[in-house]
Design a binder for this molecule. Sequence first.
Ligand code: ZN
Length: 148
Amino acid sequence: MKQNLSSAAPKLRDAVAWQVVTVETTARTQIKDITREIAALIKQAGMENGVCQLYVPHTTAGIIINESDDPDVGRDIGDVLDRLVPRDAHYKHYEGNADSHVKAALVGSSALVPIEAGRLGLGRWQGIFFCEFDGPRHRQVKVRIARD
Ligand code: ZN
């Protein structure tokens, strides 16, 4: 994606608008690695140094940064959250997905990653994970790439 701002624009306005990345989930609980999709946006933007902000606009999904080298880490995180917050525990919420809301609240709805030398400034073992707690669903992550 090309930036609409001219190179003469003030630095503070030197940002790309929020973009939407779609995420398809295939299970009720799924911790899905989306690092590659986000890295592609950084590359497209041609941003050398800046910050990547990520926001999940859902009440039963969230986002985390954790180990991506071993895919079992994401599975373990999902399994532990399912054990910690059982599906049926006499919740008051009428929709039958109270556990999904609680898990989403535990992991949070946003993340921030530095952009360094045109790449995501993640640690050696880190990846960005979309966290589905009421899937399968068609989901979104809002992404904003801003220059330093
Ligand atoms: Zn609900």
